[in-house]
Design a protein around this ligand. Structure first.
Ligand SMILES: Nc1ncnc2c1ncn2[C@@H]1O[C@H](COP(=O)(O)OP(=O)(O)OP(=O)(O)O)[C@@H](O)[C@H]1O
Ligand SMILES: O=P(O)(O)OC[C@H]1O[C@](O)(CO)[C@@H](O)[C@@H]1O
Length: 367
């Protein structure tokens, strides 16, 4: 895994940005009518107090982790591992993390019905406008939680599979950072979670059949529905590349105190990837501590968490292991074997062959 760490942006450019922000804040302070009844010293004291509290809150580091990845790639699971890791690491144990899942917003609105046709199918690209609405609700909650100091890192958990969506998110963060109503400056951190190994995909889809979308559905209809969902996503998913990062970097440099960061975990850490870490000259000590921890987490993910998962995937596909792990429960063994057979017939080689752009997308990711 090759990681790129640089410091970017001249101090002059960045301090110009900061002073622009402080100047506009000052303007707002002075635009309030100044009371003539109080003593001039009181006025001064109160102004200084306001300034001190303003600069101290706006200087506290807040971050939004924007996840990118196809359904069942492992985004939520890896995020859970990340939260655990940060809690158990000395330098980051006080950082408060919260997850915001676009799927949870969708589920609150309506229990997922297995679609009979495309008009009902929320994952059909034809219905992407509705999905955008759910994602916006989750994203705004993630922003609010940071602004109201409910957490220090919010993890925005959605597939964020199009460039258009990502552009929208970065622009929103940019406007947030410029707004005088914002109490903090938020730095975006992109985390790409990808899964191209067919055995992993099969295992993950199997586990999706037991998630909140399908709690009241039959196994067969659940995996078929999820397989269709994945197919829809393959028609629209655009992998996040270094070009997009560079574009975001040149657009965000002036808005961001701390820098721009990109992390990638592929196949639970078993495939080599590249992290890109570009600090600005004004990155805080807290930011460096967090980014160092994230770099360690992603670089060592396979050893810390991936290994166990990979060994489970290996034994999952072996009929003999299913039988031996259900040694005392014959009917359970039969049930699991029939599910496995079904899964293998739905998510078979032909399914992958027919997945739109499966090889193209994964080639880009592994370049
Ligand atoms: N790294 C991993 N470690 C352990 N289990 C994993 C891992 N990645 C995926 N899985 C398994 O695959 C299932 C699906 O993963 P997960 O729900 O995290 O994917 P996701 O990308 O968040 O999916 P979605 O976008 O559909 O919400 C999990 O329930 C888990 O069983
Ligand atoms: O709108 P996006 O970015 O595709 O993400 C939303 C979807 O992501 C998922 O977590 C992927 O399965 C769904 O539960 C959710 O509806």
């Amino acid at each position: 895994m090759t990681n790129e760490i640089t410091t970017v942006g001249s101090e002059l450019q960045l301090s110009a940005t900061t002073s622009r922000r402080i100047n506009s804040s000052l303007e707002s302070l002075f635009s309030h009518p100044i009371s003539t009844s109080s003593h001039p010293n009181d006025e001064y004291e109160s102004l200084m107090h306001k300034l001190t509290s303003m600069s101290s809150t706006r200087d506290v580091s807040k971050y939004m982790i924007i996840l990118i990845g196809l359904p069942a790639a492992g985004k939520s699971t890896v995020s859970g591992h990340l939260i655990k890791f940060l809690k158990e690491t000395n330098t980051t144990l006080n950082i408060r993390c919260q997850m915001f899942n676009a799927g949870d917003v969708r589920r609150k609105e309506k229990t997922l019905q297995i679609a009979q046709d495309e008009t009902e199918d929320i994952f059909d690209p034809k219905n992407s406008d509705r999905r955008e609405e759910f994602a916006k609700v989750a994203f705004n909650s993630a922003l609010d939680a940071l602004n109201n100091d409910k957490c220090d890192i919010s993890i925005f958990d959605a597939t964020n599979s199009t460039k258009q969506r990502r552009k929208y998110l970065f622009n929103e963060l940019r406007s947030f950072n410029h707004s005088l109503n914002s109490k903090f400056v938020i730095s975006p951190i992109v985390m790409h979670i990808t899964c191209s190994d067919k055995k992993f995909v099969r295992y993950n889809v199997h586990h999706k059949a037991f998630n909140a979308d399908y709690f009241d559905k039959q196994y067969e209809s659940s995996i078929k529905d999820f397989a269709r969902r994945l197919t829809h996503y393959y028609t629209q998913f655009v992998p996040y590349t270094e070009d997009e990062f560079d574009h975001m970097h040149s657009n965000c440099l002036y808005d961001n105190h701390h820098g721009i960061f990109y992390f990638h975990i592929a196949n639970a850490g078993s495939t080599a990837t590249t992290n890109i870490i570009k600090y600005s000259n004004m990155a805080s000590y807290d930011t460096v501590k967090l980014i160092t921890a994230l770099d360690h987490f992603t670089t060592n993910y396979a050893a810390m968490f991936g290994k166990q998962y990979i060994s489970k995937v290996k034994s999952f596909t072996q009929f003999s292991k299913v039988i031996s792990s259900n040694h005392y429960n014959f009917s359970n063994a039969l049930k699991e074997l029939s599910r496995l057979k079904l899964l293998r017939s739905v998510i078979d080689d032909n399914y992958f062959k027919k997945l739109p752009r499966f090889y193209e997308i994964n080639r880009i990711l592994e370049e």
